[in-house]
Design a protein around this ligand. Structure first.
Ligand code: AMP
Length: 300
């Protein structure tokens, strides 16, 4: 079943304690789409500027991702993000964000986009996420991501979004900020009370927590010794999760739990190199093999 995603399409500058990369392919929609493409067909909505290297679009197309919803906006520059990881490789600081093309971005969905049953509103301004939600009439499962920037500057729009989506995926510090509570369990329940039927809190190397009305559980991260660049881990987690749900065509409690496990495993590959470099070298078989090890690890 095709999956629609809207989010940032970016050129990232990433610094880790031992290495750095400038102007590499990134963005929430990019990591999400690439990860989800191992599971289902993906259609992307986003915007880029005149400086966008066409080879990045070609890379996405080679995975079968439909990029016809990426608007190239004349006279504008692509969204840029610069981040630096602390020595623990889990916490990071944003050094620079240039919204550029995202300041004027007005997403337009065509008929094919509107009919997608699975929708992921990747990290973008809540205003843009709402515009997509308004147009996505065929969406049966809508899940959103957000981040501290939007919690701080567009909280009212974010509140409206939360009342209208089925699920929210966000990281631990963002959940605490949104709920105003340092206890993650209380924060998860408080965010769910803002509207979504389920909330997934990503905890980086500590895995993820799931909250719904009747269930709460924790999934550990897949332990990998090789962490070169965690950028995009959260988005590829969401890509693996939503990709699996779209492939199944359902989103009951059992499907969601298995989807979270696929998300964990997909993200564990992303962190093993910069940008999409590690994901480019793997196949669906590698994901399934790691999932089998993960499943065995959790059985007791
Ligand atoms: P993640 O590591 O999964 O949280 O996602 C990192 C990606 O998010 C990077 O590739 C950035 O380009 C992108 N990003 C960072 N800040 C923002 C923002 N304010 N809005 C949209 N995307 C962002």
């Amino acid at each position: 079943m095709p999956l629609l995603v809207v989010g940032s399409v970016a050129l990232d500058c990433v610094e880790t304690p031992t290495d750095k990369r400038d102007d590499v392919l990134g963005g929430s929609a990019v990591f999400f789409s690439y990860a989800a493409s191992f599971f289902s067909r993906v259609r992307m909505i986003g915007a880029v500027g005149e400086d966008w290297p066409q080879q990045h679009t070609a890379l996405l197309n080679r995975r079968g991702i439909d990029t016809s919803g990426i608007q190239a906006i004349a006279g504008e520059k692509t969204f840029r993000w610069r981040g630096r990881y602390l020595p623990n490789m889990n916490d990071r600081e944003t050094i620079e964000v240039h919204l550029n093309v995202l300041e004027k971005f007005q997403p337009q969905l065509n008929e094919t986009h509107r009919n997608c049953r699975f929708l992921f509103l990747g990290n973008a301004s809540p205003k843009v996420q709402l515009q997509v939600l308004d147009q996505a009439k065929g969406a049966e499962l809508t899940v959103a991501d957000t981040m501290d920037l939007w919690i701080n500057i567009q909280r009212d729009d974010l509140g409206e979004l939360l009342r209208r989506v089925d699920g929210l995926v966000l990281n631990d510090s963002e959940a605490k900020l949104l709920a105003g509570d340092e206890n993650l369990v209380r924060a998860g329940h408080a965010v769910r009370a803002m509207g979504p039927k389920f909330v997934v809190i990503k905890k980086g190397e500590h895995g993820a927590m799931f909250f719904s009305e009747h269930e709460m559980y924790v999934m550990p991260a897949y332990p990998t010794a090789l962490v070169l660049d965690p950028t995009g881990a959260g988005d590829s987690f969401a890509g693996g999760m939503m990709g699996h749900l779209a492939a199944l065509g359902r989103f009951d409690a059992q499907a969601l739990k298995e989807a979270l496990a696929y998300g964990v495993v997909t993200a564990s590959f992303t962190v093993e190199d910069f940008s999409l470099d590690r994901l480019e070298g793997i196949s669906r078989h590698d994901l399934d093999q790691r999932l089998a090890v993960y499943r065995k690890m959790l059985a007791f």
